[in-house]
Design a protein around this ligand. Structure first.
Ligand code: PAF
Length: 292
């Protein structure tokens, strides 16, 4: 049985980097879980996976201002450091990296990492600048935490593609592992933003999961993309959820699926708004053979 290790909080990027480099120089494999805090069981599953595969685990908690639009929820995003630290203690994290904005963005900061390709559609269209904010902070975090491997949740599928694209294009020396979405008992994907939902909204929010389940069933029966997209929309419309998108596309590129010939791996993506809360979810669709 391994003894529980006290989680140390580190604020300074240089100290964080030195601790990771020292661990790696000693032959230890270091895993990194970047987060914005307000941790839940989805984050915990990333930390547990990292702890199972690595000797040391770093979790960063930083509510990154540059990935929020001017009318988005940066100010009200939950900041729950004490509860987050308590959640991390038994899950195998060794360090929590808790920089302040000035540590991540020096005065006059004027450099942004802008990813094209998978960052362009869906969230990229609806939240202009969002993925530049994500890519910039993740690039900076990877410098502060020079780990062997970083863990991201599949719920933010488009984000995982953007990060992988950036890592490949910039030749960043880190592996990316994408872990399955963790769900509430009724199927709602765990998200820090679920905390915003009122009781009625929380009940209606399960429609995203229902739409994706219907999509998978229809997909397996051989239905075309338009019919599957309609199946995603129906439960959301029935529950008065405003739909930002409901789409079936190629999982690795987010481009439209070819109308004939071999079908690449596909994914169903959905985003909807309940009052002022915006939720996203997705489902990888099982491979199928088609005759046309
Ligand atoms: O997924 C998140 O929590 C954030 O987008 C990330 C990757 C920590 C960057 O701020």
């Amino acid at each position: 049985m391994t003894a529980a290790v006290k989680v140390a909080q580190i604020r300074a990027p240089a100290a964080m980097r030195a601790a990771v480099l020292e661990a790696r120089a000693a032959g230890r494999r270091v895993g990194f879980v970047p987060t914005m805090g307000a941790l839940h069981e989805g984050h915990a599953s990333l930390v547990e996976r990292a702890a199972a595969e690595c000797d040391d685990v770093v979790v960063s908690i930083f509510v990154n201002p540059t990935q929020f639009g001017p009318t988005e929820d940066f100010a009200r995003y939950p900041r729950t450091l004490a509860a987050d630290a308590a959640l991390l203690e038994p899950r195998g994290a060794r360090w929590i990296f808790v920089p302040e904005p000035a540590d991540m963005y020096p005065p006059g900061a004027a450099t942004r990492v802008v990813v094209d390709g998978p960052a362009r559609p869906f969230e990229g269209e609806i939240r202009p600048g969002h993925f530049a904010g994500v890519a910039t902070v993740v690039c900076r975090l990877f410098h502060c935490v020079p780990a062997d491997v970083a863990y991201f949740g599949a719920k933010d599928w488009q984000q995982t593609l953007v990060v992988k694209r950036m890592v490949c294009d910039l030749g960043l020396p880190i592996e990316i592992t994408v872990c399955p979405t963790v769900r509430e008992a009724d199927g709602l994907a765990m998200s820090s933003r679920n905390a915003y939902l009122g009781v009625d909204e929380r009940q209606r929010a399960v429609a995203l999961h229902e739409g994706l389940c219907a999509a998978e069933r229809l997909w397996q029966s051989g239905a075309d993309v338009a019919a599957v997209e309609l199946a995603i929309r129906q439960p959301l419309e029935a529950r008065g959820i405003a739909i930002d998108y409901a789409a079936v596309v190629a999982a690795e590129t987010l481009e439209p699926l070819p109308v004939a010939g071999a079908e690449p791996p596909a994914i169903a993506l959905v985003a909807g708004r309940l009052g002022s809360t915006r939720l996203i979810d997705n489902r990888l669709l099982p491979p199928r053979s088609r005759t046309r």
